[in-house]
Every structure is written in C-alpha cells, then in structure tokens.
Ligand binder design. Structure first.
Ligand code: NI
Length: 140
C-alpha cells in the first residue's frame, strides 16, 4: 500500500531580489520594493511530501525522526535566520522563493534516501506559495 506523508516546517530568512543580468532601473521595475538594497525577511513554511509503501512492521511511510533530522540538519540549519543572498548557491541565481524551493528539493533529492521525495512546497506569505517536484517527475 502506497501512501503520501507531508510534514511541515518553519524557518525565517531574508533576501533581496536583484539580478546581475539587469540594470538598476530594470531591477527596480522587475522586483519593485523587493529590490530595496536593505533586503527584507519572510517567515517561510516548508512542506515536504514523501511517498512509499506503508511498512508492515512500523505502520509508517517514513520515520519522522529520520525526516525531521535530515530537514533540520540540511535545510533549517542552513537557511534559518540567514541572509539568502550571502549563500554560495545564490551567488549566481536570484534567491526568489521559486529558486529556494527548487534548491531545497535538490538538497532532499540528493541526501534523503529513506523514502521517495514527491515534492517540496514553500509558502512565502499567506498569499503565495511555490511547489517543485523535480524535472523528471510525471504529474498526475
Ligand atoms: Ni521577499
């Protein structure tokens, strides 16, 4: 029996949306107040969805201790209370929440082997959120 498990986490980080590919005026026009030089912060909500068979012995898709430990070490410890613009993974790409969502998916995809990673959903505000399920996922 295949089942999905979604777990929710919280972290806070700051960013400034600014592209080296664009002029100052184009940056202001593209990102508006998110381009202000001092940056701004978000309280992100992160949802990680994994899937797999329900283990007969434990009755679980995936041990939450394993998932929480991995997310804590590899994602929350990396980004919580950080300025995303100073991270090397965002030295060449703009730390939009789209790109952060994809980056978190890649971190989990590379390192978390205890269950199949389905998708990552990242809420930036009450009004917007982003989802990423990898390049090669078949969507239903
Ligand atoms: Ni922002």
């Amino acid at each position: 029996m295949q089942a999905h498990l979604t777990r929710r986490y919280r972290f806070s980080a700051s960013h400034r949306l600014h592209s080296a590919e664009l002029s100052e005026a184009e940056n202001r026009a593209t990102y508006g107040k998110c381009n202000n030089p001092y940056g701004h912060g978000h309280n992100y909500a992160l949802e990680v969805t994994v899937s797999g068979p329900v283990d007969l012995a434990t009755g679980m898709v995936c041990n939450l201790v394993d998932l929480d430990g991995f997310v804590e070490r590899e994602v929350l410890a990396r980004y919580n209370l950080e300025n995303l613009n100073t991270r090397k993974e965002f030295s060449q790409i703009v730390p939009t929440t789209e790109n952060l969502c994809m980056e978190i998916f890649e971190i989990l995809q590379r390192g978390f082997k205890r269950a199949h990673l389905e998708k990552v959903r990242l809420e930036e505000t009450m009004m917007n959120s982003f989802e990423y399920a990898g390049e090669n996922e078949l969507r239903t």
